[in-house]
Write a protein that binds this ligand. Sequence first.
Ligand code: ADP
Length: 306
Amino acid sequence: MTPEDSRTTPVEAPSPDTTTEMSHAEDRDTEAKRRGGTPMKLATSTDRRPPPAEVNAPGISLRDINAYYGDSHAIKGVSLEYAPNQVTAMIGPSGCGKSTLVRCINRMHEEIPGAHAEGEILLDDLDINGADVDVVAVRRAIGMVFQKPNPFPTMSIFDNVAAGLRLSGARGVDMRERVERSLIGAGLWEEVKDRLNQPGVGLSGGQQQRLCIARTIAVEPDVILMDEPCSALDPIATLKIEDLIQELKERYTIVIVTHNMQQAARVADTTAFMLLGELVEHAPTGKIFSNPGDSRTEEYVTGKFG
Ligand code: ADP
């Protein structure tokens, strides 16, 4: 959705127990097993060891995704591979389905009354729509950052970061350590370490967005979806988030929806161009902007429409 878009959805400001808490690949000791072909299981607990320095995040495969709002067919047969530990930008004109598609990836689309989706979404080997898969665990593993920073208004900086962990009933977690590590990870620690008990909403817009990123990574996700995360921010705050995205991809697989093509060119390893609910092209970002394979992509990236 664009900032001027007046539509709101019931999932715009998610409750922490669904979208702001996520899990890391549950136990890195099982990584070799998983790579060897054992289907991945989603963690049901956030109580686990700190991850090792090097983390191989899982990739995501979308296979023939169709999404609907009632009878309206918003996403049409999209298949797409999001590579592990890479940033993939989703670009395309307003209304082409970027937000809808990313909301399918953590099963938020289905929360909208009348909406449904079809197709297969694999997190490594795990079908996230599988009958025995816990949707809350999916949303822990695949976290989301929204276009408008949405810290919990009555909570302190500390509690905002701790919220997802607490609501998921995490036990045995050193909350202080996890909050500090998450704020460091979100590039905010130095700016807030002396005022952790002050309200989160007292921060600047850019700081609030990094606070939301800290809240997201506190539950140790595998994938971070970002829906226009900088559209409400000034250029300096935007650059900070973009720098942060480069750091985050060392740990997470990242999908970023953006209407800003310069931003896609700056942050994304690959870029996917959508039009009218279809995926037109997905390629390395340099190719999309300099030598796209489809004339519609070229017309869009050269500003002939949009
Ligand atoms: P983008 O993110 O590319 O701007 P969206 O995914 O927001 O596009 O929208 C794709 C299509 O789905 C548009 O036609 C839009 O009007 C429609 N749409 C999005 N959200 C809703 C909703 N909550 N209810 C009904 N239609 C919606």
